[in-house]
Design a protein around this ligand. Structure first.
Ligand SMILES: Cc1cc2nc3c(=O)[nH]c(=O)nc-3n(C[C@H](O)[C@H](O)[C@H](O)COP(=O)(O)OP(=O)(O)OC[C@H]3O[C@@H](n4cnc5c(N)ncnc54)[C@H](O)[C@@H]3O)c2cc1C
Ligand SMILES: Nc1ncnc2c1ncn2[C@@H]1O[C@H](COP(=O)(O)OP(=O)(O)OP(=O)(O)O)[C@@H](O)[C@H]1O
Length: 584
């Protein structure tokens, strides 16, 4: 059933972008967790990610490309004619198999990116902006960088505005391309586009002179070759078909770790040219050309889009700051660039290959040290792979209210409550600070994402898809598989059959922001309070919008964290048939 007909997109949502939101809103458990960036604590200014000068970034990028340039003789170009590379979420040169296959099979490559208006429309159920201004800006920077890196290799990037299913076939016809190479996607919106491109390529077959009429037209058609390339483990190397993917992550992980191996990165020759003769390559668009208002990050992390920045961040985090060796103890932090890798925005747009990260981890283990932390980055990347493969198994159930398990929960779609969550005005500093960070920077820590997800679905009882769609709008690292996969887990409708993951705000605050530095950073009005009061500010802050479903657990033990004093009436969370509850 298509719920679109039942739920009208609320007007306020269709109009509200992250920028207007910022405007409207103006009114470790261990020591490692609290030892977040001293700079972030001291100055509410912008922190660039990566924190490298342009010269350093250029140098790192060149050195990395040199290491990954194929030695002569390894790869031979033996094709004829023109091949098109249709760039999608693979905005990189390094370890790009589509680019490599196009080079091998042709005399000239035409690299193309389509600025697809569908990506700047609205989300499926609740009509929120599908791509917010900050992610649009990140993509624009990524395209600028890709163009530059292709030019360095004797090519260029053609940028066309319109639907790929129209542009790609007409370019194939104009350039008489024999093949279009692109990376395979897995969710239905993207797969639909792949099917339309294939169909339209068939329709554009020029008539063959003397054709008898009974020859299959497809013999002459440009082929669309879809290549798998976004995961660490290649789909063809899995020890099972995606349809029989284990329902439990640990089983998946143990199985691939013991039975599959990770392929080497693809090495490309130094020069990929020449391109075919092109009259007009087209320009990288401005945010405003995409129907969005330009937004500037004025506080928190500012991520720079593009492959060069991605390689720069790997260098910065692994080699310059030497943080890989402590990743496992810092990864649950919330403030500043350095508690975790921050690779996700570049992974989601394909500026960074997970196989390259794997090879860098192995190099680090050889040259510096190998420990639980170095392994744990790979452990997390296997989660990412898992959600990608699960999206094939689950299909559109991933996006449905009942999720893959088809759980029947009568969710609320209360707009006022949802707006309070989205704007960071719930009265709970930990929620509000995280939501403000998301709207202002396009990023939120994994810890924060789990907490705000639990609060929305379990304390507010709101439809998890509203939260997932708001994340879809705002996140720089938005990826349908990881986003909807994690939300279905958080909402208790995912594969994870046994657990009802409730995140207790007092407990999370105490464990992950014990000094209240994170909340004071995003809610400066709390900084004047004593540290132990910042998570329970009382009258000087907004009144909590709902009572917590399971307020306070004995284990956290501090009566100063009591939230109950001014809270609203307990919310009927409308949940039926939950599994075991675990409080985090
Ligand atoms: C409700 C919710 C929504 C999320 N939506 C997205 C999303 O749209 N896109 C996205 O990339 N991640 C998503 N995540 C996963 C995770 O929060 C981010 O990948 C992580 O915070 C990115 O920061 P990092 O690169 O510093 O991660 P690190 O801790 O440094 O981890 C390294 C890499 O491992 C992968 N990874 C880590 N945790 C997860 C995870 N739980 N699921 C999948 N991959 C993971 C990411 O690629 C990440 O870059 C979501 C998590 C939750 C709870
Ligand atoms: N990449 C993506 N990002 C966000 N949502 C996606 C993506 N790919 C698919 N979806 C969502 O998948 C869902 C598909 O909805 P649904 O299962 O109702 O399918 P349909 O094609 O609309 O109709 P039906 O399958 O019932 O014929 C929609 O919510 C759609 O937006």
């Amino acid at each position: 059933m298509n719920l679109n007909v039942m739920i009208k997109p609320p007007l306020s949502l269709t109009k509200l972008t992250a920028s207007s939101l910022t405007f409207h809103c103006k009114f470790s458990k261990t020591n490692m967790h609290s030892s977040f960036s001293a700079r972030a604590r001291a100055t509410p200014t912008v922190q660039n990610v990566p924190e490298l000068t342009p010269e350093e970034m250029e140098r790192v990028c060149e050195q990395t490309f040199q290491r990954y340039t194929s030695v002569s003789g390894l790869a031979k170009r033996k094709g004829k004619g023109v091949a098109i590379v249709w760039f999608r979420n693979d905005l990189r040169v390094l370890d790009n198999e589509a680019l490599f296959r196009a080079w091998v099979s042709s005399e000239a490559i035409l690299p193309v990116y389509c600025v697809d208006p569908t990506l700047f429309g609205t989300t499926h159920f609740f009509g929120m902006p599908k791509t917010g201004a900050l992610r649009a800006q990140f993509i624009i920077e990524s395209l600028t960088d890709l163009k530059r890196n292709l030019v360095k290799r004797g090519l260029d990037l053609m940028i066309q505005h319109g639907k790929p299913e129209e542009i790609i076939p007409s370019l194939a016809k104009a350039f008489k391309a024999h093949t279009v190479y692109a990376h395979k996607e897995t969710c239905s919106e993207e797969v639909k586009v792949e099917k339309m491109v294939t169909r339209n390529l068939l329709e554009f077959v020029p008539p063959i002179s003397g054709e008898l009429g009974n020859e299959p037209r497809s013999t002459n058609a440009t082929k669309l070759e879809l290549i798998w390339g976004g995961t660490m483990y290649h789909i063809d190397d899995l020890p099972f078909d995606c349809e029989s993917l284990p329902d439990v992550y640990t089983q998946f992980r143990k199985s691939v770790e013991s039975k599959s191996r990770i392929r080497n990165c693809i090495r490309l020759p130094a020069s990929l040219g020449p391109p075919p003769e092109v009259g007009e390559w087209g320009c990288v668009p401005q945010v405003t050309e995409l129907g969005l208002q330009s937004e500037k990050v004025s506080k928190g992390m500012k991520f720079m889009g593009g492959e060069s920045a991605a390689l720069g961040r790997v260098h910065d985090y692994f080699w310059k700051k030497d943080l890989l060796k402590v990743y496992k103890v810092t990864r649950n932090g919330m403030l500043g660039p350095d508690y975790s890798t921050k690779f996700s925005p570049w992974l989601a747009s394909g500026c960074l290959s997970p196989r390259f990260i794997y090879e860098e981890v192995k190099r680090y283990e050889k040259e510096r040290q190998s420990n639980d932390s170095t392994y744990w980055v790979l452990f997390e990347l296997i989660w990412r792979d898992y959600f990608r493969f699960l999206s094939i198994k689950q299909g559109n159930l991933l996006f449905h209210a009942g999720g893959p398990r088809k759980v029947d929960i009568n969710w609320s779609q209360d707009q006022t409550m949802f707006d309070a969550w989205r704007r960071g005005q719930t009265g709970y500093p930990l929620i509000d600070a995280n939501m403000k960070e998301l709207a202002s920077t396009g990023f939120m820590s994994n810890r924060g994402r789990q907490i705000v997800c639990s609060f929305l679905v379990r304390d507010m009882g709101i439809d998890w898809r509203m939260g997932a769609e708001w994340f879809e709008t705002c996140l720089l690292d938005y990826d349908p598989c990881s986003n909807y996969g994690n939300w279905t887990y958080g909402a208790g409708v995912g594969n994870d059959p046994r657990e009802d993951r409730y995140f207790s705000i007092p407990k999370q605050a105490q464990n992950y922001d014990p000094e209240g530095e994170f909340v004071a950073y995003w809610l400066p009005e709390l900084r004047a309070l004593p540290r132990e009061k910042r998570h329970s500010p009382g009258m000087m802050y907004l009144k909590p919008i709902v009572a917590l479903k399971h307020g306070y657990t004995k284990k956290t033990g501090d009566s100063k964290m009591a939230f109950a004093s001014r809270r609203a009436k307990p919310e009927d969370n409308r949940r039926k048939g939950q599994g075991d509850r675990r409080t985090y």
